[in-house]
Structures are given as C-alpha cells and as structure tokens.
Design a protein around this ligand. Structure first.
Ligand code: NAI
Ligand code: CS2
Length: 522
C-alpha cells in the first residue's frame, strides 16, 4: 500500500463498490452528533448515508468528540471519511461512509459546538455519549447537581457537558430566531428522549433567561425516544490494518459492526429530518416498548454473559456463551425474568427475536470483548437488570437469572478477580464509591446490603425485599466458593416460579425469604 490515507482526494482509488453512493463534498451539514464514537459511525451515520442515497439533502453530520481529540485526529485528515467493516462469520464487507462532514473537539473548542448547534442549517442533534454522559442522578431523574462538570457549566464556562452544550445551543437559537430543533438520544437508555428532555429543561430553567428558554423549548424543541441496535465492538489496530488493506489506502477511523442493525425513532420532529424511513428506520408513535424489550433482553443478557464470562476467564462474549451453563442462564433470563415484564409488542416474535440474539452473541468474528460490555456497570445494570428484578418481584416472581447477573457484577466489582484469582480491572465512573461502600462489608451479606442500600444503583425498597437480599448473598457465596459455571448450574437447575404478569402483591418488606436454589452436595 502506498502509505496514502483515505480522503476526498484518494476516494477515487478505493474500489467503486465500497464508495459512498453520493459525492460527500456535495452535502452540507444539517445534523450535529454529540459523542462521535464507534457506534454512531456504524449506526446512525450509515442510516443517514443510505437515506441520502434515496432522498438527497443537506444532512451531512458534524461530529463532536467529547473527551479527547483522538477521533478528530483520526477523521479530520480523512475529510470525515471512514470505513465500516461488517463482520458475519468468515465474511467481512467493507464500505466507506461519507455522511460525516466535520469533526469538532468539544473539550478543546466548546464554543464551536454551541455555534454549530445554533446554526439555522442544523435541524437535528443526535447523541451517543454513553449512559454516564448524561450526568443524571438516578435517585431524582434530574442532573447530578454535585457533578463537578455540571457545576462548572453552571458557573458559566463554555459548556463541556452534552446537556450544557444543548442548552447553550438552544438558547442561542432562540435569540437568533434560528428555528426549532429535534434532539435525538441514541444511547441505551429506556425512554431516552424524555430522560434527555427533562435534563435539558432542568438546566435551562437555571439560566438568567430560564422562563423564556423553557417556553421556547416547549414550543420549538422535540425529544423523540429511540431504540438503537447494532453490536459495535471497539476498533483494534488489527481492524484498522484490515480496513486499510481492503481499501488500498490507510484508514485510521474504521469501525466494526455486525450486519444486523435496527433503529426505531418516534415520529416527533420539530422540523425537517433526513428520509431515514427510506433506509429502513422504523418511525413509530411510541418507542418505549421497543427500547424496554431491547435493553432488557439484549443488554441484560449481554451484561450477564460479560460478568459470568469474566469470572470464568472468557475474553470474548462469544466464548462466554459457549461455556457450559451460561446459555441456559441467558435463556432463563429472557423467558422467565424479562418476558413477563414486557408490555405488548405487536408483530414481534419474541421467541425468534431471542434466538436471533443468541446467534448474534455467538458471532465470534466480531471479537466483542466481555470487558467492553462489563464497563460502566453502575450505569448499565439499573437499566438492564435491576428494573427486571423490581418488576418481577412486584409480580411475585423469583428472577434468579437476573439476580445471578447482578451477583456476578458484584463479584467482579468488589472482589476484582476471576475464578482463578487473576485480577479483573474495574472500568466504572463509580469505582471509588463502590470500593468505599464495600470496604468494611462483612461477608457476602454485608456486601449485598452495602450495595442494595445505594440509591445510585438500586431504587429505595429493593433492600427491604429479603428474598432479593438473601438470594444475592447466596449467589455471591456460591460464586466465591464454587465459581461462575457451577453457580450457573445451580440457578438453571432451580425450580421455575410460574408467576406471571399481574400476579398480586408488591414485594414490600417480605419475611426473611429463602432463595429457591437447589443445593448441590459439596
Ligand atoms: P465509544 O467509546 O466509541 O464512544 C463513546 C462516545 O461518548 C465518545 O464520543 C466519548 O467522547 C463520549 N463520552 C464518553 N463518556 C462521556 C461523558 N462522560 N460525557 C460526555 N461524553 C462522553 O462508544 P460507542 O461504541 O460509540 O458507544 C457509545 C454509546 O452508544 C453506548 O454507551 C450506548 O449508549 C450506545 N450504543 C452502543 C452500541 C455498541 O454496540 N457499541 C450499541 C447500541 C448503543
Ligand atoms: C453492549 C452494547 O457494550 C455494551 O454494553 O451491551 O453496546 C450492545 O453491543 C448494544 O446495545 C447492541 O445494540
């Protein structure tokens, strides 16, 4: 390879079948994306590219990195161009995406981000800033006003938090008469549109022109909820080398994904939008049932596999799925624990969807690491597993598989070692708080009580449910003594409680419950 790099000037040397279906230089910016990480480039940007192939328009994307200049250094020398490597089994398909037209470094130049959001040519802002990027207090649903970045934005600096950037850009739009705006969260958060709208309104209200800005938001800004899905592992140097070989020019910004992708968006826009429906995007009245099903079935299973897999010494989630007993845990999680908590999903074949999920997890070509999925557990588990436990207990159920996923997280987060005693890193914004809360805990019961009483992860009342507390302590004891595979067998050999949706009785403070775990002779 000549050492040349992918760019508008070298795009002509890339195999024609891999090039974008339009001239990237011909499209103006109409979208700002906050959090231009791997997932945006493999998901929303590809849907936008495909929509532009059918309905041309100025829907180029201005991507904003939030915490480092790495992605800007990867994309800007390439005129925003990058390749997507779709991996399924032994086949890899490369294509160049030309929808990203500009990349800003939000930490180095926050004023430029605000200016872009405020420009009248921009009609849509999308976000993938990770669950932690919203800096939300789970106990109140509002911003975490103690967060040092939120406080710094409130003190009047050029904003560096996504919510701060949105509020500053919306304020400027109002002052300039730049027209309405649609803000689309594409993070794995149930009811992500309403969550983000609440945070934006909370912060806007605290400004000098709070009432006027709130009124303007109410009439001119929309926050549709979405469900987003495509498994996109972090890119490796091996991926970059493979992409460069396939393209014939160096690509520093390639991303990897499975062939499967799905995007469900509420049809609630303040103004114009790309013709996403022409790319297969589902525009619906209410995305919440879709997001709940996806976050609880896919992401709840993903996290459970990731933690059990880490304890069992598995590097890849595909390896974890192949470990004896782990697939049975995931199947029980989906069928017994999650399904009864899902509302009606007209037209969705749940059984087929679940089988498809298992096949997607088994796609070893993605090389999706357990450690990546296991990261940020304090932010992910409340949405992926704790909600399932709370709802199942309200129905009188015994969600053992979901509780095993939580217990496996506790083992990873607190003991920080696997079943062979090898160290496990804890990549979590609340790692210090977890250590602080559990450092003096006496035994598994002490660890469980210390964590269940932590409203940053567990809603009030969960700690009062002795079945939950006792089962978690029992599972943590098993995990420490017998390891992940043996504990998985315990759970899947335990009797299944048929209590279904609508069973009477909220859990409330129940008498000291005994977990329904079959005891194996030691
Ligand atoms: P990534 O690490 O490639 O990108 C994360 C982006 O979020 C970066 O731009 C980073 O600057 C920004 N960010 C991280 N922490 C932040 C904070 N505290 N404040 C503001 N910005 C912050 O990760 P990737 O793969 O792009 O995933 C991002 C999000 O997309 C996930 O957290 C999830 O919500 C969603 N998603 C990811 C999928 C995947 O398979 N990777 C699939 C479905 C949804
Ligand atoms: C994964 C998700 O890293 C993780 O937490 O569970 O990013 C998962 O790959 C996506 O939600 C799939 O759509």
């Amino acid at each position: 390879m000549s050492g040349r790099r992918l760019s508008l000037s070298t795009l002509g040397s890339v195999p024609a079948s891999m090039r974008p279906p339009f001239d990237p230089a011909s499209i103006g910016v109409g979208i700002v994306h906050l959090g231009i990480g791997a997932f945006h480039r493999a998901h929303q940007a590809t849907f936008t590219q495909d929509a532009l192939a059918v309905v041309p328009g100025d829907w180029g994307i201005c991507g904003v990195t939030q915490r480092s200049g790495t992605v800007q250094r990867q994309l800007s020398p390439q005129d925003g161009l990058y390749s997507l490597l779709e991996r399924s089994g032994r086949a890899t398909r490369a294509s160049v995406v030309g929808a990203v037209r500009e990349v800003l470094d939000g930490s180095a130049d926050p004023a430029a981000v605000v200016e872009r959001i405020a420009s009248p040519e921009v009609h849509v802002v999308t976000l993938t800033v990770t669950e932690k990027g919203y800096r939300r207090d789970p106990a109140t649903g509002s911003l975490n006003w103690e967060d040092h970045e939120v406080r710094a934005d409130l003190a009047g600096r050029d904003p560096r938090t996504p919510v701060g950037q949105l509020v500053a850009g919306i304020r400027a739009r109002r002052r300039r008469g730049a027209g309405g705006l649609t803000v689309v969260s594409c993070d794995n958060l149930p009811d992500n549109g309403a969550v983000l709208g609440h945070l934006v309104s909370d912060l806007a209200e605290r400004g000098d022109d709070g009432p006027e800005t709130l009124d303007w938001i109410g009439s001119n800004v929309r926050f549709p909820s979405t469900m987003v899905d495509r498994i996109v592992p972090a890119t490796t140097d091996t991926d970059r080398a493979e992409a460069s070989g396939l393209l014939g020019v160096a690509d520093e910004a390639t991303v990897v994904g499975e062939a499967f992708r799905q995007w469900v968006v509420e049809d609630d826009f303040a103004g114009p939008r790309p013709g996403w429906e022409h790319a297969g995007v589902l525009l619906v009245d209410d995305a919440r049932p879709w997001e709940r099903a996806k976050v609880r079935l896919l992401n709840g299973s993903h996290s459970t596999l990731a933690y059990l897999g880490q304890l069992a010494g598995c590097g890849l989630v595909a390896d974890a799925l192949a470990r004896p007993g782990f697939e049975a845990v995931v199947r029980r999680l989906m069928s017994d624990d999650v399904e009864p908590t899902l509302g009606p999903l007209p037209g969705l074949d749940l059984g087929g969807y679940e089988e498809q999920l298992l096949a997607r997890f088994a796609n070893r070509a993605l090389r999706h690491r357990c450690a990546q999925i296991a990261a940020d557990g304090s932010q992910k588990l409340p949405l992926r597993l704790v909600g399932t436990v709370v709802d199942r207990r309200r129905q009188g159920g015994e969600p053992l598989a979901a509780l095993l996923g939580i217990a496996a997280w506790m083992r990873c987060a607190v003991d920080r070692c696997d079943d062979r005693g090898a160290p496990l890193a804890l990549d979590d914004p609340l790692a210090d708080a977890i250590a602080e809360r559990t450092s003096r805990a006496a035994g598994p019961g002490g660890v469980v009580d210390a964590l269940l009483g932590w409203t940053a992860m567990f809603p009030p009342g969960v700690a009062d449910d002795r079945f939950v507390a006792d089962t978690l302590a029992e599972l943590l004891t098993h995990l420490r003594r017998d390891g992940a595979e043996a504990t998985a067998r315990h759970v899947t050999a335990s009797p299944r409680r048929p209590a279904g949706p609508g069973s009477p009785g909220a859990p409330g403070p129940t008498p000291r419950g005994r977990p329904n775990l079959r005891k194996e002779p030691h």
